[in-house]
Write a protein that binds this ligand. Sequence first.
Ligand code: ES4
Ligand code: ZN
Length: 324
Amino acid sequence: MNKFIQSLPKVELHLHIEGTLEPELMLELAQRNSINIPFNSVEEIRDAYNFHNLQSFLDIYFQGADVLVHEQDFFDLTWAYLLRCQEDNVLHTEIFFDPQAHTERGILFDTVVNGIDRALNKGVSELGITSKLIMCFLRHLDEESAFKTLTQAQAHKDKIIGVGLDSTEIGNPANKFERVFKQAIEQGFLTVAHAGEEGPADNISEALSLLKITRIDHGVRCSEDASLVKQLVSERIPLTVCPLSNIKLKVFDRMEQHNIVTLLRQGVCVTINSDDPAYFGGYMTDNFVAVNNAHPMNKAEIAQFTFNAIEASFVSPSEQERLR
Ligand code: ES4
Ligand code: ZN
């Protein structure tokens, strides 16, 4: 089945580009940009990737992102990820970036977007991999900072299709960003949000009702509310699930306890994604294989994850045809 999974065309919908920073590139950029990091080798970096929850990961993730300074750094990061997509037969990818992780330390918004965008364009022309770019607001920062970020995005509406919400879920409810999301929608941005990763099912319902999002990032805790699961099925509201991430951050103790295959069989539009693959131990194929090892599926079920992802993607109907 692993051969089938490897060759299966894939669509990724939940990927933080800063989370694709492999230790080798982190060390190279730290040196190139004279940034101090508390690691001297690839082994030391990998040894630090033992997380006990979301926050312990986020601390390391933001620290890693500090080595990204110049437009070329963001290009190199994105290009390396696209080459991994090619290996895994990922045909289309929708990428998150965290502008505030960079603007907060004095990097220009334009530097970040232009570097990522240049690599994505090269991905289309040289690899045939299409993509969309989604800007996430960091939910641990305040509304004012999110509004400022939305303003900075105005000059890049040709490059950014939507807005999302990530970082610390607990203690930062959706209502903190209701007005920002309303304005983003009025400006034509599509909207998604992380919800129900560490927080309860109510966070998913609130993200849907208050932020008017069209798909949910993670959302695995929906299973705690049967009426919510029913709504997800009947309204075909997609979940971008990240199995290896959920294990690394202890959302589930073991893959055998993960609910993604149960949700698939209940008719929820679930998808498989890699989230922060450099930190969580695997890219797209690795995530599919890990799920199938713990929950053996037939080929039609495995392929359904790709059909769901095509349906849940932000590509136009004609682009969808190419993926099918
Ligand atoms: C994230 Cl796994 C996860 N959850 C919330 N925010 C994030 N940012 C990057 N990875
Ligand atoms: Zn995420």
